[in-house]
Design a protein around this ligand. Structure first.
Ligand SMILES: Cc1cc2nc3c(=O)[nH]c(=O)nc-3n(C[C@H](O)[C@H](O)[C@H](O)COP(=O)(O)O)c2cc1C
Length: 352
């Protein structure tokens, strides 16, 4: 039986337990220049001190014009390295492994960032969308690789490519959004060409010991496609798969009747059974008992809990020491952190 507290080695790096703090954009912490602020550093210091073995820093933009919002952290220039190093040091000081998520918003680039939303293909229903030229794809490829080089210089142990939630790399992978007729569209191998070239470029420049993770959309568009994508990514040399959703709510996989988790966790478990690299499951795992069950029954290698660790920065230590946690209030219609972390009722409880 594997315990939540068991360490695991990946590429020579020891991760002290199976709890991941997954990427969570801190809305309004950074400014339009994408520079790290004291608030960002404090946020990650606190979560790393809270005990998670692997911290994946929030979606960080590889290109200014591909951000998901004007306050997103950036990694598109050398100038970002110093601030990002403050975050990686804060994480590693707590003996946690530090990765950072590299991101381009693609079709989801808002007008406040760019007049156009660049994507594999233009969408009729989105007048701002533009299909990328080969030169622009080349620029994006180089920007992701440069982002990884900046991350390594900033002291991170690895990067996670954001290939989920309907953002650019997810759009390339899925046949529903990628209608290209050149070498970047068509069969799966072609649809994954950009991801493959980015992974190969990062490996070449950052070396064999640098972790490359991929957050994938399991339903891109179906779980059957997700399984094939996972197998391809393993072939390309990805070290950790983080299984989330593809930003598409049609044709969701059906979970078995007695299965107690949602379809995203089910997809993580299914993909884990099809690959030989570590897999992180995420989404509404919610409680210590459920997290333990997934690890103790060898369903996946890691559990990622986002909102529970926003609500209780010491969630991991509390769980590993059998202490009560400060429970997330599951705000509806969505988590208050999307608007302002000061509005989080669980955090308010903690400080009062
Ligand atoms: C405020 C907020 C910001 C998020 N930002 C990101 C992000 O930067 N990148 C990403 O891949 N997912 C992001 N997510 C999704 C989380 O990583 C996670 O997948 C999701 O919250 C489900 O996990 P949970 O049920 O444990 O919260 C965000 C979620 C929240 C609540």
């Amino acid at each position: 039986m594997t315990a939540l507290s068991s360490e695991i080695k990946i590429k020579g790096l020891t991760i002290k337990n199976r709890i991941v703090f997954p990427p969570v954009v801190c809305f309004h912490y950074a400014g339009d220049d994408g520079m790290v602020t004291d608030r960002n550093v404090e946020h990650y210091s606190l979560r790393a001190a809270g005990g998670a073995g692997l911290i994946i820093v929030e979606a960080t933009a590889v290109m200014k014009e591909g951000r998901l919002a004007p306050f997103q952290l950036g990694i598109w220039s050398d100038d970002h390295i110093h601030g990002l190093n403050r975050i990686s040091r804060a994480i590693k000081m707590q003996n946690a492994v530090a990765m950072i998520q590299l991101h381009h918003a693609g079709l989801l680039t808002p007008e406040s960032v760019s007049p156009f939303a660049k994507a594999p293909s233009a969408l009729e229903e989105n007048p701002r969308s533009r299909g990328l030229t080969i030169q622009e794809i080349e620029h994006i490829r180089l920007s992701f690789i440069a982002g990884a080089i900046h991350a390594q210089k900033a002291g991170f142990d690895g990067v996670e490519l954001h290939g989920a939630h309907g953002y650019l790399l997810n759009e390339f992978a899925t046949s529903v959004l990628n209608k290209r007729e050149d070498e970047y569209g068509g069969d799966l191998h072609k649809r994954l060409k950009l991801a493959r070239e980015i992974i190969q470029g990062i490996r070449k420049h950052c070396g064999d010991g640098f972790l490359i993770g991929f957050r994938m959309g399991a339903n891109s568009p179906l779980l059957e496609d997700g399984i094939l994508i996972a197998k391809e990514l393993e072939k390309y040399g990805v070290n950790i798969l983080h299984v989330s959703h593809g930003g598409n709510l049609q044709n969701l996989p059906r979970t078995p009747k007695e299965f107690d988790f949602n379809w995203i966790v089910y997809s993580g478990i299914t993909i884990k059974s099809q690959v030989n690299i570590p897999v992180i499951a995420v989404n509404e795992i919610k409680t210590p008992e459920r997290a333990k069950w997934l690890i103790e029954n060898d369903q996946v290698d890691f559990v990622a809990l986002a909102r529970p660790q926003l609500a209780d920065p010491s969630w991991a230590n509390h769980v590993l020491n059998d202490q009560p946690v400060n429970t997330c209030s599951s705000c509806k219609p969505k988590c208050r952190w999307y608007e302002d972390s000061n509005l989080c009722p669980a955090m308010k409880r903690l400080v009062s």
